[in-house]
Design a protein around this ligand. Sequence first.
Ligand SMILES: [Zn+2]
Length: 137
Amino acid sequence: MNKAEIAQFQKKLEIQRQEGMRFLKQIEEEARSLEVDAAQDPADQCVTSISRESLFEQSSQRRTSLRLIEAALRRTENGTFGECAGCGGEIPLRRLHALPWTQFCLRCQEAIEQEVDSRLTGGSFAVPLAPAWRRTG
Ligand SMILES: [Zn+2]
């Protein structure tokens, strides 16, 4: 990949990073606004705790993708951008255009996903998460 192409991806990643950080800030502000609202009846408190959970989930997803974006930006700087971290081969440009932060070629990505799938269906994670409000009924 030539320098101009890398610079293009760098710009793209930088924009995605800024968007990600802006979104994260929004989520955190929303979470804070839920906390100050303490004088609620129990039903409202339930709703609050559920939306706080979903905000938390959203923010941790965002954090993960921000980490991937930042790692990709570092790779554009040290010259390893576009290299598959799994097999060392080149990640096809078409794939990078769709997912500039990816660090695996499609084949390695699929191998990883299959492994995660088999681990998830292996049983140890198959504990249903019962929300508190359902238990107290
Ligand atoms: Zn690979």
